[in-house]
Ligand binder design. Structure first.
Ligand code: OGA
Ligand code: MN
Length: 218
């Protein structure tokens, strides 16, 4: 057997995501990534050292503060291009190319972090980008939790932007489920869970520069 692993073909998945985004602005896909990748990412997350997961913050740049009344997760940015994290970054780059071709989104860069919600942790309703700032354009969340059941709680609730308070869908953070949505358009929240909840949250950005200067990620 060859030790070189072939990269799976995601064309059908990417087309489904593109169609959903075009029609609804969001897409929820079960079993989006190979199980071994999910297992590898969960293993990586669980072996992060105590100092590597930091309380997540709220707000940008100078206003960035840890605000435990809004969110209680702990995060670690994904930088490694090795192993499961490398596979995740390669997957994200392929999705970026596909969506740029099919939807002309002009996605320019990608950033993502692991997130751990301890039992009881939550993230209150928020949007990932503010309208007009054209900063974060597309949000993705990948869930890593095997055998998640309803009674565990911890759903991500996606709300309508135009009909405040209207629930569009509730996403169970089950291993392999991928949520993709337009960052400006969907207020969402993470409900408290009864067990540890592991996920990856990521964002595609556009280059908003019009003066020849590339915006650094905030
Ligand atoms: C976020 C977020 C959702 C989730 O990190 O901005 O909304 O289900 N995460 O983890
Ligand atoms: Mn969010």
């Amino acid at each position: 057997m060859s030790s070189i692993q072939s990269f799976p073909c995601f064309t059908v998945l990417f087309d489904a995501i593109a169609n959903d985004l075009r029609e609804h602005g969001y897409s929820i896909q079960d079993k989006a990534l190979p199980q071994e990748w999910i297992d590898g990412l969960l293993r990586d997350m669980r072996t992060l050292g105590a100092g590597q997961l930091k309380p997540a913050g709220v707000g940008r740049a100078q206003q960035h503060v840890a605000n435990a009344s809004i969110r209680r997760d702990a995060i670690s940015w994904i930088e490694s291009t090795e192993g499961a994290q490398g596979q995740w970054l390669a997957f994200s780059a392929q999705l970026q190319r596909h969506l740029n071709r099919s939807l002309m989104l002009g996605l320019f860069s990608f950033e993502s972090h692991f997130a751990h919600y301890a039992p009881g942790a939550f993230y209150k309703t928020h949007v990932d980008a503010f309208k007009g700032q054209a900063n974060r354009v597309l949000s993705v969340v990948l869930y890593l939790n095997p055998a998640w059941v309803c009674a565990d709680g911890g759903e991500m609730v996606l709300y309508s932007d135009t009909a405040p308070g209207t629930v569009l869908c509730k996403v169970s953070p089950n291993a392999g489920t991928l949520a993709v949505f337009l960052s400006e358009d969907f207020p969402h929240e993470v409900l408290p869970a009864l067990r540890d909840r592991y996920s990856i949250a990521g964002w595609y950005r556009v280059n908003t520069s019009n003066t020849g200067r590339v915006d650094p990620p905030a």
